[in-house]
Design a protein around this ligand. Sequence first.
Ligand code: GEK
Length: 245
Amino acid sequence: MSDKNPPDAIYARPHEQIVDFEFNDDVARVFPDMIRRSVPGYGSLITMIGLLAQEYAQAGSNIYDLGCSLGAASLSMRRRIPHHDCHIIAVDNSEAMTERCRANIAEDISPIEVDVMCSDIRNLIFERASVVVLNFTLQFLPPEQRLPLLDNIHAGLLPGGVLVLSEKIVFENEDESKLQDKLHLAFKMANGYSELEISQKRSALENVLIPETLLQHHCRLKQAGFQQSHTWFQCINFASILAQK
Ligand code: GEK
């Protein structure tokens, strides 16, 4: 693997104490490998987010990529949006991520302007937005802080504007839950993660990533005022919703 894409071995050795997961420099360095091997369908989602932005971006509007990490969704949208007067605002509160994200954007020559901001998405004011992307980010906010964020996003969307919300999900039905967990475990093992790595990372994420059911997400989107929301993608226990104002 090249230096640009080092392998994720963060939990490969036994840790004496498992501390809560953080998006620090160690994680940012291996992030492309980590997310590809952990999130089934991630590559397809990134490609499709570009296509959704192509469909829904409105001329002269703002496009937000919230919890942008290294900028994969921003780059995909930047290459697809046909209106060159759109403005992409990519936001993450991890400095390690935004530093690398800026470098990735600088290497890309597409014409649409991209601003990378190191900021908490809970403090943003959204303006003239036609597309807002939360690609596996809402799950890291405490559940009671999710509706206020969706309210703010809804307030800043133009009529017809959309939110793309991708999340790890859980299932109410016990059999379905067991099946999906088993498939996700098989996916990670097939991608070379050991049982030790999987169990140490699970402990590190336990208090940090709080997944919900698709029904909880659709209900909250309705509460925030979205006219409609549809699940347009699911791969095992990872799904994406398109919600429209
Ligand atoms: C991708 N969307 O590659 N404010 C800003 N950023 C935050 C906050 C917050 N309150 N909480 C978490 N983050 C990306 C992948 S990763 C998903 C998103 C994952 C950021 C955090 O720093 C991290 O970079 C990102 O959200 C979540 O399409 O690792 O499973």
